[in-house]
Design a protein around this ligand. Structure first.
Ligand code: DHB
Ligand code: FE
Length: 300
């Protein structure tokens, strides 16, 4: 049986991809940002997960105003590296796990999450920067990746609660896959940042740390944070943090933190990183949806 062993949260700041590709990790500006991943690279080397369900967002590299899926899952064997305007990052292509991805897609859709399925896509910094932070310089990624893209670019993004519920549904999907696989779920993006407008450069250390605190343990407070609070407290791009709640939902009732890193500033953004493990890896039950509840539901 496949099982979710850990959850990882990580910002995906493009300038860290640039610094990494140009071997600038030791430069004074970048060193404190990269140092916070030393522990995790050693951990990944020992842990050796088979597959990562990598929750990220596409930054209008593929999905633009023409098509905006709220949740999309990649079911391909391989993903290329996106050219985001300055050439593709010089990192290896990303290998998928088509069998598990199709299984998760089927399980989620039958569990009433209307996923978009994509079979051909180049992935952008939202996915490749976290991979570089966690694995360092490699000729081939030592893991298979199932990209799960979330719309956090164009209003309205999904609610935090919907993301949490999707995470729980991913846990059910993984648990029903017969092959013995170690699966991690990653939530990427954030933390506080606003890239444009009068509040560009906004960083909220206190709020970010509250968010990190509440990903640990058994509180469910984060799933009820409304969009307007992310916008007000963490800037226009802070909403990327709802993706972390998919990872949190997938870990079940309670979590334990193995590693935590927070550093500001990197570019315009607060860098956050957390490695979590489920305390009690039981699979969350399906929310009960009865015929009686359906009959009571208002008809528009
Ligand atoms: C920056 C951060 C992001 O999350 C992003 O997608 C693009 C840019 C930044 O800090 O520069
Ligand atoms: Fe982003």
């Amino acid at each position: 049986m496949a099982r979710i062993t850990h959850g990882i949260a990580c910002s995906h700041i493009p300038v860290l991809g640039f610094a990494f590709d140009n071997h600038k990790e030791e430069e004074p500006y970048f060193k404190p940002a990269f140092e916070g991943f030393d522990w995790t690279r050693r951990f990944m080397d020992e842990e050796k997960p088979d597959v990562i369900v990598l929750v990220y967002n596409d930054h209008a590299s593929n999905f633009d105003m023409k098509v905006i899926p709220t949740f999309a899952i990649g079911c391909a064997d391989q993903y290329g590296i996106c050219d985001e305007g300055y050439g593709p990052r010089p990192v290896p292509p990303v290998e998928g796990h088509a069998d598990l991805a199709w299984h998760i897609a089927q399980s989620l859709i039958l569990d009433e999450f209307d996923m978009t399925i994509f079979n051909e896509m180049d992935v952008d910094h939202g996915l490749t920067v976290p991979l570089s932070m966690m694995y360092g310089h490699v000729d081939k990624w030592p893991v298979k990746v199932i990209p799960l893209a979330v719309n956090v670019v164009t209003y309205p993004p999904p609610s935090g609660n919907r993301c949490w519920l999707l995470g729980e549904a991913i846990a059910r999907a993984v648990a029903s896959f017969p092959e013995d696989l170690k699966v991690q779920v990653w939530g990427t993006g954030g933390m506080s940042h606003q890239l444009q407008g009068p509040r560009a450069g906004l960083i909220n250390r206190e709020w970010d740390n509250m968010f990190l605190d509440k990903l640990i343990g058994d509180t469910q407070d984060l799933r009820w944070i409304p969009h307007i609070e992310y916008l007000r407290e963490t800037g226009s791009e802070g909403i990327e943090m709802v993706m972390w709640l998919i990872m949190r939902g997938a870990l079940g009732k309670s979590t334990r933190a193995l590693h935590r890193h927070y550093h500001v500033p990197v570019s315009n953004t607060a860098l956050g990183h957390l490695v979590l493990e489920p305390v009690d890896p039981t699979v969350p039950p399906s929310p009960t949806f009865t015929r009686e509840a359906a009959d009571r539901a208002p008809i528009a």
